[in-house]
Design a protein around this ligand. Structure first.
Ligand SMILES: [Zn+2]
Length: 343
């Protein structure tokens, strides 16, 4: 169907020009009756919000209701901060999704076999509904392992001052959520893009406190959270340049401050610094960090030369090669708009 035919058909189904625009901004050109129905049901609110130039991303629960088996299963975790015992976490069933990644290493999902597609980026963050402690890492929470009846404590337990600080800042998180007009602060499924982004922002608030308490790898973590937000914004047609800029600064700072806790992550941070600056068209930074990449290559090659038979240096060299190759590909395609269109 041509663009014009799609608009005509949407006009016929939705009756209102504003709704047609809202539809196209949210769902693109695939006509889906479930989305049409949802928009019509919420027409008054949506048009009012659209006219006031407010964000219109209140997409509905229908998004997760598709054809195929549910790839998600739930688990119950315990909050390490307020001890809430009924925190719901969502997990992907093994082999239920084919996972690729975008140029900024954010996973992209597609259903495998009988399973339907699930944009797991929206569900990956577990949020305590009581104190709003949030993390995509289940090990940050405590849990009961049923078959052994053993309690497994949060990995943050070794940082009691951080946990105390997290408890102490609960009102800040509650205030943050209150400032956003969210009807359902339970963070249960299905999550709209808006709620998913808030869950990630709560994770950022946690990681910023980790940074204050000198835990390592926080810059990369916060940068990667921002890249997930940027991807969700992109998918919803929201401008994501500011979010990408924040991520670029964090990745750069992770490289400069050697904040990463493994060589692999250090190389990822360097690759992301290069790729993000290509997207953001910061030419000076690109050549500077390609030079850093080259220096690391020489250093790692020299290390391997000195330790020919050592598997550790072989692996390190392979890791370096992998990320350097990706950086070179990104550089090669720097002027191809198509290549960067989906990030
Ligand atoms: Zn809690």
């Amino acid at each position: 169907m041509s663009d014009e035919a799609i608009s005509r058909r949407l006009k016929m189904l939705l009756q209102e020009d504003d709704l047609v625009e809202i539809y196209l901004a949210n769902y693109g050109e695939n006509i889906n009756i479930a989305h049409i129905k949802e928009l019509k049901e919420n027409a008054t609110t949506l048009i009012a919000s659209f006219k006031a130039h407010k964000p219109i991303k209140r997409e509905s629960p229908v998004e997760s209701i598709g054809i195929g088996d549910d790839p998600i299963y739930e688990a119950t975790l315990i909050c390490p901060v307020c001890k809430e015992r009924n925190v719901t976490s969502y997990n992907l069933r093994a082999k239920s999704q084919f996972i690729t990644e975008n140029h900024f290493l954010v996973p992209l999902y597609a259903g495998i076999g009988k399973y339907r597609k699930e944009n797991f980026t929206k569900l990956a963050t577990t949020v305590c509904q009581n104190c709003l402690f949030a993390s995509p890492d289940p090990k940050d929470f405590s849990k009961f392992i049923e078959y052994t009846e053993k309690f497994q404590d949060s990995q943050l337990k070794i940082h009691p001052k951080l946990l105390f600080h997290l408890e102490d800042t609960t009102s800040e998180r509650l205030g943050f959520l209150r400032a956003h007009d969210i009807f359902d602060p339970q963070f249960l499924r299905p999550r709209t893009t808006e709620v998913a982004i808030l869950s990630i922002r709560l994770s950022i608030m946690r990681a910023e406190l980790e940074q204050e308490h000198d835990l390592r790898n926080t810059k990369y973590k916060i940068g990667a959270y921002n890249l997930k937000i940027a991807q969700l914004q992109k998918e919803s047609g929201i401008d994501n340049v500011e979010t990408l800029k924040i991520a670029a600064e964090l990745m750069e700072s992770a490289v400069i401050n050697s904040d990463c806790n493994s060589f692999d992550l250090e190389m990822q941070a360097l690759y992301l610094t290069i790729a993000l600056n290509i997207k953001l068209r910061n030419k000076d930074k690109i050549s500077g960090y390609m030079k850093v990449m080259k220096d690391i290559e020489m250093e790692v090659a020299e290390e391997l030369k000195q330790n020919q038979e050592n598997i550790k240096y072989k692996q390190k060299f392979a890791t370096m090669e992998q990320w350097e190759k990706r950086a070179k590909t990104a550089l090669e395609y720097r002027d191809e708009e198509e290549y960067w269109a989906n990030v």
